[in-house]
Design a binder for this molecule. Sequence first.
Ligand SMILES: Cc1ncc(COP(=O)(O)O)c(C=O)c1O
Length: 465
Amino acid sequence: MNALHLSDGEFRALAARITDLSAGLLAGLEGARAFPDTSAARTAQAFSAPLPEEGLKAAALDALGDVLAHSRAPTPRFYGYVLGSGEPVAALADLLASVLNQNVTAWRSAPAAVTIERQLVHSLAAALGCPGFTGSLCGGGSLANLMGLAMAREARLPANEHGARAGVVYASSEVHLSIAKSMGLLGLGRKNLRLLEADRHFQLEPARLAQAIRADRAAGRTPLAVVASAGTIATGSIDPLAAIAALCRAEGLWLHVDGAYGALAALAEPQEFAGLSEADSLSLDAHKWLYQPLDCSLLLFRDAALARRTFSFTPDYVKPLASDSDEAFAFFDESLELSRRFRALKLWLSLRYHGLAAFRDAIRSDLAHAQRLARAVAAGGELELLAPVRLSAVVFRFRHAARADAVNAAILRRLIERGRVYLSNATVAGQFALRACFVNHRTTDADVDAIVPEVLAAAREVLTS
Ligand SMILES: Cc1ncc(COP(=O)(O)O)c(C=O)c1O
């Protein structure tokens, strides 16, 4: 018997414990702290036991209690960053995906997984109003953005064979940090990312964009692509996609839409995203606004042949042997990834279980929660909104004439320590902002109503300490 063998009985007993732990966690979410009462020293201490030479068997699971105690639970009152709280049907699917352990490289390696992922990608694209797009799942919006820009580079300034040449990419000053990272990694140069100052709605202005393109051409540089945001990280603003797409077409530039945070809301409010289908590539994060457990992102594009030109490099040991085009299909010809987990299973099962209508409703409820918080912020005199609420991000702060940035940073620290509500921060027009982002299917109206009193309670503690 192999030393790693697990009997049927052992597996069932372990699975029952894990299921129990998971169910207990879910059942206790309502009253759970939004951030655990811990510190770096205490977490280090909790997990300081050396790895055993001899296995602990079932007692190994005893440490999972500590894992939960020192983790941030996916509570209804978590509004930090852009993070869903993990839909449980999808979580169960993740267990099965790991047991099945498909390597979703190519149909010949994972027939059901590849077929489900391809169909899922096409169905989601159609549901978003982008029929005909294809693509693949990947580990994060950052990777999807990198791959989208790699395609842009290969389309306009091919670099795979002889190396990269400088090409200029345009975006608003509100664009996500992954775009600058991608510029560096792709050899395009971070200095060739033109971050154009956003307008007062935190959007990229087409006229300013046109002017910047003209100026670069006049200076002998090569404009390459525009990255438009469909939901900026700080304020959730949406760039004017249709006007930017028209400009890109006229100028021969690639249009990548970073929809990692916001574009899945097109399932519920398509009119907000007019022009989305004009993108050449589009990144989406199902682990954000489709409530999936991490990780589950998606890059969509229209031109599969170009994706293959960008990503395909196929030595004999991975060459498909089939003549049927679907059986010869390989994701690694159209993606950076080779070994890939069966991410589609969770999303597919969760969508099948609840139905698309339930997801549209959940997104609408997040949008309504953002408006509800904005009204509560505006209602009293002590807080002020720092940006219009276009999607589900609300940025605001406690008014303080002398030291607003420092006081609000202290309020945020105190708020997190109090543990009832979790917000994160953003810089909005140079100011430190408290930020609540609603992509949480567990949040109720009552949870939203708890935010302002908690912020004010934290403010009082800061100001009297
Ligand atoms: C607009 C935007 N783009 C890209 C990303 C990066 O996504 P990920 O964290 O999945 O890599 C984020 C993350 O918050 C985002 O909000």
